[in-house]
Design a protein around this ligand. Structure first.
Ligand code: PMP
Length: 462
């Protein structure tokens, strides 16, 4: 139950909703539909449960709509740590250090063998932009600007700013926002369920070799890096096929490319390891992260590099242009790392990685049973508490289900007190995957409640 009592009087909430309707421009929202209704206001949260302005309680199965609130709502110790920190020293930017910045960097590096430097900023998009700037500067300083291209994968998402979007493989996200930043080149996806090949034997290796074709077509001496999501999130919860990342790593070595792993969603325990890439035995050069770093209690993102990458920016101290000439103003906010320290301690002290693995297995069993029962479920995928249910019109042809069906399922679940997610309306294959990413503290009962709601919704809509 929700122990966080909402103290804002009902009339005041109504007034606030009216103000919102009048002045706030919401994310991802067609405001035409908002002209006649005031928006739902979320007023409090505790654990996995959130309460709206009418006093309705929901089980949030997507951790804040966008898989962010990893440790759940209402964590007083994070709020306290942020309060104490910002009361003492809230901000300073540039080359000065801060106590929480230093402490969190050490804690983070401890979870990432092989990595050694943490660069702070404040969103996933920005963390990726930093990685791209590093690649471009290395290209200038070591390869006469030639090795500047960055490869990205079809169906992956890397952020909302124009350059992060330039590195994104989802058409619907990009449409109408071009022209894009030059030098970003797409290679094919690795979703085995929608294999590009008739024969799917060794699919992982085959899919990875599609990247090599692009490297060769572009010219290996022009390609500096590749960016991937360890498990594609908004593009359809795509778990990579066996052997895929081993081959990608091999190709990066062969053609001297930096491997950038975008852990914005998978980072900080979502899949049962600290980071998603740690399932696949690969060694990235740059790792970016945001959402789960402080579970949405503060805005913080990190671009983490190996010492080798870091050292490339101080090779020639006489050259005043070789250092990383980048700043993120709010990368100097101490609230971020102060929240991140407590967030990581919670994951550790409450053994949440173990819980994620256990609950993920249980959830997968229940999803497989749902697939047995409902013909419209074509595929179930995921790792840990990061799960996807792909809907089809026909299992044989795999014809994608109409988007209206996933919209109706999500609406039905919401009516019954469970908030689930859907992947982006990018193109036919993407618009029909239901997504689940509850807080890492989810119990068996929570998983049952989520799966029962989906089961009932599909039954009603079949
Ligand atoms: N990378 C991935 C994999 C993401 O899912 C997102 C956000 N959904 C981003 C980057 C961008 O993060 P932000 O919205 O914080 O800029």
């Amino acid at each position: 139950g929700n122990t966080n009592v909402n103290t804002t009087p009902a009339t005041e909430i109504d007034e606030l909703a009216a103000k919102d309707q009048k002045h706030v421009w919401h994310h991802l929202t067609q405001h035409k539909g908002f002209e006649t209704t005031t928006p739902m206001m979320m007023v409090s949260g505790e654990g996995l449960r959130i309460t709206d302005d009418k006093g309705n309680e929901y089980l949030d199965a997507v951790a804040g709509a966008v898989w962010t609130v990893n440790v759940g709502y209402g964590r007083e110790r994070i709020a306290k740590a942020v309060y104490e920190q910002i009361k003492t020293m809230n901000f300073f930017a540039g080359s000065m250090g801060s106590a929480p910045g230093a402490q969190f960097a050490e804690m983070l590096i401890d979870k990432m063998p092989g990595m050694n430097r943490v660069y702070y900023s404040n969103s996933g998009s920005e963390a990726n932009e930093k990685a791209f700037k590093m690649v471009r500067q290395i290209s200038h300083n070591k390869y006469d600007g030639k090795k500047h291209k960055i490869l990205f994968r079809e169906r992956d998402y890397h952020g909302t700013t124009i350059t992060a979007l330039s590195a994104t493989g989802q058409l619907q996200r990009k449409d109408q926002y071009g022209p894009f930043t030059p030098g970003f080149v797409e290679f094919p996806h690795c979703c085995e369920y929608r294999s590009q090949f008739e024969d799917t034997t060794d699919y992982g290796v085959k899919a990875a070799l599609e990247m090599e074709k692009v490297i060769l077509a572009e010219g290996p001496d022009t390609v500096g890096a590749v960016i991937v999501e360890p498990i594609t999130a908004g593009g359809g919860v795509i778990t990579p096929p066996a052997g895929y990342y081993e081959k990608i790593q091999e190709l990066c070595k062969k053609y001297n490319l930096l491997l950038i792993v975008d852990e914005v969603v998978c980072g900080l325990g979502r899949t049962g390891t600290w980071f998603g890439y740690q399932h696949f035995g690969i060694k990235p050069d740059i790792v970016t992260m945001a959402k789960g770093v402080a579970s949405g209690y503060a805005a913080i993102s990190c671009t983490v590099t190996t010492e080798e990458v870091f050292n490339m920016f101080k090779e020639d101290p006489s050259d005043n242009m070789s250092y990383f000439r980048d700043i993120s103003t709010f990368g100097g906010c101490t609230a971020g790392p102060a929240a991140a320290i407590e967030n990581m301690k919670i994951i550790e002290e409450e053994n949440l990685l173990e819980n994620v693995t256990k609950m993920g297995e249980y959830a997968m069993d229940r999803m497989l049973a749902l697939k047995e029962k409902h013909a419209m479920i074509g595929d179930v995928r995921g790792k840990g508490l990061f799960l996807g249910i792909e809907l089809v019109k026909d299992r044989e042809t795999k014809e994608p289900m109409d988007e209206s069906v996933s919209v109706a399922i999500a609406a039905d679940c919401m009516k019954n007190g469970v908030i689930i997610g859907r992947t982006n309306r990018s193109f036919a294959t993407l618009n029909n995957t239901l997504c689940l990413a509850p807080a890492l503290i989810a119990t068996k009962d929570d998983i049952d409640e989520i799966m029962d709601a989906i089961d009932a919704a599909i039954t009603r809509l079949s």
